[in-house]
Design a binder for this molecule. Structure first.
Ligand code: NAI
Length: 247
């Protein structure tokens, strides 16, 4: 089996980091299944990939709908005859200070960012075991490593991904399946587009390379973690943050 014939499932692939990851994996020859809520934007990414000779298909699914999401992953594995790579990238923020955070804000973020990754890994594990190969990458955040004011829910979800990923790495490492976390710092996407200039300036002061990251910076790390070459890398957390959280 060559790296080029592998099938990858990427959530949140309609824009931002997920889109960059999908384009990068397709460029390296993988068939990429682009998942997100609505079909329209995904079809545009699919067309972009196909224009450059890549292969992709579209999977419109709400990852917070556990049943639909698991069925979507199982469906892809059965249609494609395999599933090699899973990138749990889709995520949301519902920021608020602890004293003001509602149960709804807590639940929405935990369900979308954390529970969905559990559902996806559980559904993907079987086809990966059958293929005796798997590469799982969960996209966390530096917020989950060092905390961030106003993000109790988000930091908990991202920190939860770390423990969950390491556990999965232990459980199924013997089956040729690796599981790692990529934790982005501040990346220029829609998620950070509305931050005030003053916040961006102070953030840049903390980043050793003196710029925000690009979605392509994250895609490069995911490309390595999901490559055939990375079979000895598992249970790790790779902070791609321009040196912001190094100690
Ligand atoms: P974005 O907001 O630009 O894109 C999020 C993607 O997830 C979109 O495709 C959206 O449609 C999809 N999505 C959201 N909820 C969904 C649902 N219920 N079902 C299906 N799809 C859903 O976000 P961005 O910036 O590209 O972030 C991607 C990941 O990276 C997220 O997990 C985020 O927490 C993480 N991250 C981003 C950072 C940044 O600075 N942009 C920093 C650290 C982590």
């Amino acid at each position: 089996m060559s790296q080029e014939s592998r099938v990858a499932f990427v959530t949140g692939a309609s824009r931002g980091i997920g889109k960059a990851v999908a384009i990068r994996l397709a460029k390296e020859g993988r068939h990429v299944v682009l998942a997100s809520r609505s079909e329209g934007p995904l079809s545009e990414v699919k067309a972009e990939i196909e224009e450059t000779g890549g292969a992709a298909s579209v999977c419109a699914v709400d990852i917070s709908d556990r049943k639909a999401f698991a069925e979507a992953i199982e469906g892809v594995a059965s249609e494609q005859g395999r599933l090699d790579i899973l990138v749990n990238n889709a995520g949301i923020t519902r920021d608020n200070l602890l004293l003001r955070m509602s149960d709804e804000e807590w639940d929405a973020v935990i369900e979308t960012n954390l529970t969905s990754a559990f559902v996806a890994m559980r559904a993907a594990a079987r086809p990966m075991m059958k293929g005796k190969f798997g590469r799982i990458v969960n996209i966390a955040s530096t917020s989950g490593l060092v905390g961030n004011s106003g993000q109790t829910n988000y930091a908990a979800s991202k920190s939860g991904l770390v423990g969950m990923t390491r556990t999965v790495a232990r459980e199924i490492g013997g089956k040729g399946i690796t599981a790692n976390v990529v934790a982005p710092g501040f990346i220029q996407t829609d998620m950070t587009a509305n931050l005030p200039e003053s916040v961006l300036d102070s953030v840049k002061g903390l980043i050793q390379v003196k710029r925000l990251g690009s979605p392509e910076d994250i895609a490069a790390a995911v490309a390595y973690c999901t490559s055939d070459d990375a079979g000895f890398l598992t249970g790790q957390v790779i902070a791609v943050d321009g040196g912001m959280t190094m100690c």
